[in-house]
Structures are given as structure tokens and as C-alpha cells.
Design a protein around this ligand. Structure first.
Ligand SMILES: Nc1ncnc2c1ncn2[C@@H]1O[C@H](COP(=O)(O)OP(=O)(O)O)[C@@H](O)[C@H]1O
Ligand SMILES: CC(=O)N[C@@H](CCC(=O)OP(=O)(O)O)C(=O)O
Length: 287
């Protein structure tokens, strides 16, 4: 069971306001989209054209991205050993140097440029900027090192960027009050951003067309899954590896304003606009 380390601004009894009174208070993220490292290189121009068109039509997406494979490639090139413990990269200060360089640098700027090339307006941020993602060590820090859980996301910053007409593109790094930086799993970070900005929907863009299950010998994406089915599929090994942090982040963020999480394949044609126009694509998880 994951720790519930952040409180949900929209839950009853929460003392944390979504954002302070400000002239951005009416600016609401339309959805939070997590783009996985598994799929980033393969995302076609058409994906970014679709995203830019949505923005031009007044939709306000917020992007949180991964980059696990690129981090591993760079660590390997530098001869720095790397390993995952329960899906989290064991992270030292030396590893963090590379994580920060790749996520906040190479990958973040690549996504910003691709959105801009498609005619959109994007602004890259890491979780350290403006203390956007405030973190604390994960419960198993003794095993995994400088990996963070999200305590709070500065929703005002996201609203401010949206109010300027830019799409925030967020790298999943965190920082604490002492200035210590943390490596945060991108699915975890995206779920926390969705909770704190009060988006109705989180879209998880990955390299598979949803949560796959073999039924009567046929492997296909489930149109929807309940929390109980997810737990059963994790226990049986039908959900494993990189799908585990996605479903865990989904179940954790489905509180307050977040009503649904959809897992989709980014290479599917016009996947975002089709989803937004109500088409059933991928796997949907609801409360
Ligand atoms: N039941 C499942 N359905 C679909 N994919 C699954 C399932 N269980 C595990 N996976 C794995 O999860 C992977 C997606 O996670 P990951 O590679 O971490 O992607 P990303 O980089 O997008 O976060 C899939 O490519 C697949 O190998
Ligand atoms: C703590 C931890 O494991 N952090 C991840 C952050 C990147 C990530 O999550 O990227 P994907 O979405 O592409 O997997 C890592 O170091 O790989």
C-alpha cells in the first residue's frame, strides 16, 4: 500500500486552498497529460499538431513527462550503474545529476520545441522551479535513496502559466524546504499535479493501448477497470512493471475534482481530440 503523503485540495476538510485569491483563479487546467519516456521518441508530429490545435481552440492541457529510458541511456554512457527497486530508480546525488540534466534539460526542452514547432505555446518547468513540486523522501528511502513522494504542488504557478496562454510542461523533480532535490516517478508526479490543479481528467500516454488483459485467449485493452480489478490484476501478475505506478497514481489521484484517468497509446491517430470529443479510447479508471 502506498503512503498517502499529500492531501487533496478538493477533499472535504482539507485546509490547503487550491490557489490563493488572484487574477488567475478562473484559469482551470482542462486535463493533465502524462507522456511516458517509452513513447516520447515515437510520438508523431500529428500528436503535437493535435495538441496545438486543442490549445488554439481554448483547451488548457498541462503536461508532465517521463524520460526513464533516456536517463538509463545517459547513465550507461557515463558508466554510472543504475537499478530499479519496486519500480523506482535507486537514486544517489550522482544519479540525480543525470536525472536532472536529462529530465529538466534534454527531454523537457525537446517536448517544448515539438509543441512550438506544431504551432503551440509551451513553457518548460521542473518541479524545482518556484518549488512547484514539494517532496519528501519516500517510505523506502533506505532502499532507493533520493526518491521523493509529493507533498504539495504549487497550483498557482500552473494557473499563472495557463493564464499567459502557455502550456506548462513539467519535469518530475521535487524539492524540499532545505533545498534537497528528489527524483520522482513521472506517473506519481502527474497524479499529484492533477490532484492539486483540480483537473477533471488525467490522460496517461504510453506505448500500449490501455491495460491489456487476455480473455478467452485474446489479449486486448480493457475499456474500463475498477479499483478491485486493478488490485486483482497486480496480485495475479497481469499488471506488472511500468503499469504498476500508473494504476497506483491513478487510484491515488481519483479524489476531489479528478473524475477519471485514461490510459492510451500516443501513436493512435488524433488520440487527444478524439478522447476529448467523447470517444471511448484506451482504458478508463473512475472512482
Ligand atoms: N496489463 C498491462 N497492460 C499493458 N501494459 C502493461 C501491463 N502490465 C505491464 N505493462 C507494461 O507497462 C508498460 C508501460 O509502462 P512503461 O514502460 O513504464 O511506460 P512509460 O514510459 O510510458 O511510463 C507497457 O509497455 C507494458 O510492458
Ligand atoms: C524515481 C524514478 O524511478 N524516477 C524515474 C523518473 C522518470 C520516469 O518516471 O520516466 P517514465 O515515465 O518514462 O518511466 C526514473 O528515474 O526513471
Amino acid at each position: 500500500m502506498q503512503r498517502q503523503s499529500y492531501r487533496f485540495p478538493h477533499d472535504k476538510g482539507s485546509s490547503a486552498p487550491l490557489r490563493q485569491d488572484s487574477d488567475t483563479s478562473d484559469v482551470q487546467a482542462s486535463f493533465v497529460m502524462k507522456c511516458g519516456g517509452s513513447t516520447l521518441a515515437a510520438l508523431p508530429e500529428a500528436f503535437f499538431a493535435d495538441l496545438a490545435q486543442l490549445q488554439a481552440d481554448g483547451v488548457r492541457p498541462v503536461i508532465v513527462h517521463g524520460g526513464g529510458p533516456a536517463i538509463s541511456d545517459n547513465l550507461e554512457k557515463l558508466g554510472i550503474p543504475t537499478e530499479f527497486v519496486h519500480g523506482l530508480r535507486r537514486t544517489t546525488e550522482e544519479v540525480l545529476d543525470v536525472v536532472e540534466m536529462v529530465l529538466a534539460g534534454t527531454i523537457n526542452k525537446l517536448i517544448v520545441r515539438r509543441i512550438q514547432s506544431a504551432g503551440g505555446k509551451a513553457l518548460g518547468l521542473s518541479g524545482s522551479d518556484g518549488s512547484l513540486i514539494q517532496a519528501e523522501p519516500v517510505a523506502n528511502a533506505a532502499e532507493v535513496g533520493l526518491v521523493g513522494d509529493v507533498v504539495r504542488v504549487e497550483a498557482d504557478i500552473v494557473a499563472g502559466v495557463l493564464s499567459m496562454g502557455y502550456m506548462p510542461v513539467i519535469a518530475p523533480l521535487g524539492v524540499d524546504a532545505q533545498g534537497q532535490r528528489y527524483n520522482i516517478n513521472a506517473d506519481t508526479a502527474a497524479g499529484a499535479v492533477a490532484s492539486f490543479v483540480g483537473a477533471r481528467r488525467m490522460i496517461v500516454v504510453t506505448d500500449v493501448p490501455g491495460i491489456l488483459k487476455t480473455v478467452d485467449g485474446v489479449k486486448a485493452a480493457l475499456p474500463s477497470v475498477t479499483f478491485a480489478e486493478i488490485e486483482d490484476m497486480i496480485a495475479s501478475g497481469e499488471i506488472y512493471g511500468g503499469m504498476i505506478p500508473k494504476v497506483r497514481a491513478a487510484m491515488k489521484c481519483l479524489h476531489g475534482n479528478v473524475e477519471e484517468v485514461v490510459i492510451v497509446d500516443g501513436s493512435e491517430e488524433r488520440v487527444l481530440s478524439r478522447l476529448l470529443s467523447g470517444e471511448a479510447i484506451g482504458t478508463t479508471i473512475r472512482r
